[in-house]
Design a protein around this ligand. Structure first.
Ligand SMILES: O=C(O)CCC(=O)C(=O)O
Ligand SMILES: [Mn+2]
Length: 190
């Protein structure tokens, strides 16, 4: 079911059945096996997750001192990207993939506000595998909200979200299996 979540200064769109269970299962297995999952570091410390990245050829994306260069899309991801473009009314040209191996893997509070994304990007987030909580906190008011992201779901963070909110994927003490998250982004070329 698709629902719209109105928050202070932004809107989220969440579809818990964006992919069928069978599509989600096979995409999880495919990505787990084919992505070149990398361990990245920030200031010598390993990020608690593994990372992959695809983008249109020639695009460059930098965060936390790391640089990614686009070399095109694998055949399996291009049709999916087009479906997500349509759902989010955006033309994405890159995707960051995160592999959370267990409940100790996580991502801390941040906004996706790198300059190459332009001033107010739309970000679409596809989740596969184990359900994990997604937490948001308003930058100015400190309001908080939580959303469990389930297998095959699509969350679209609308305009304003990267300006007024930060988000995270917290650690959990629960025994959870692997999760893969894909965030589709539009890098403004040039
Ligand atoms: O894993 C998630 O749900 C969030 C990922 C995220 O925020 C990011 O890759 O920037
Ligand atoms: Mn993010």
């Amino acid at each position: 079911m698709r629902r719209t979540i109105e928050l202070t200064q932004t809107t989220l769109h969440y579809d818990d059945a964006f992919l069928t269970p069978a599509e989600a299962d096979s995409l999880f297995v495919h990505l787990r096996e084919t992505v070149d999952w990398k361990q990245e570091f920030s200031r010598g410390r390993p990020f608690p997750r593994r990372v992959g990245w695809y983008a249109d050829p020639g695009l460059v994306y930098r965060y936390s001192g790391i640089e990614h260069r686009g070399e095109g899309w694998p055949d399996t991801l291009l049709p999916l990207k087009r479906r997500i473009d349509e759902a989010a009314s955006e033309t994405f040209n890159s995707v960051l993939l995160n592999l959370y191996r267990d409940g100790r893997d996580s991502m801390g509070y941040h906004s996706d506000n790198e300059p190459e994304l332009g001033p107010d990007p739309i970000i679409a987030s596809l989740s596969l595998g184990n359900e994990r909580n997604f937490a948001l906190k308003h930058v100015e008011t400190g309001e908080r909200t939580n959303l469990p992201l389930t297998h095959g779901s699509l969350l679209v963070m609308g305009r304003g979200c990267q300006i007024h909110w930060r988000h995270m994927a917290p650690k959990t003490a629960k025994p959870v299996g692997e999760r893969i998250n894909l965030t589709f982004r539009r890098i403004v070329p040039g």
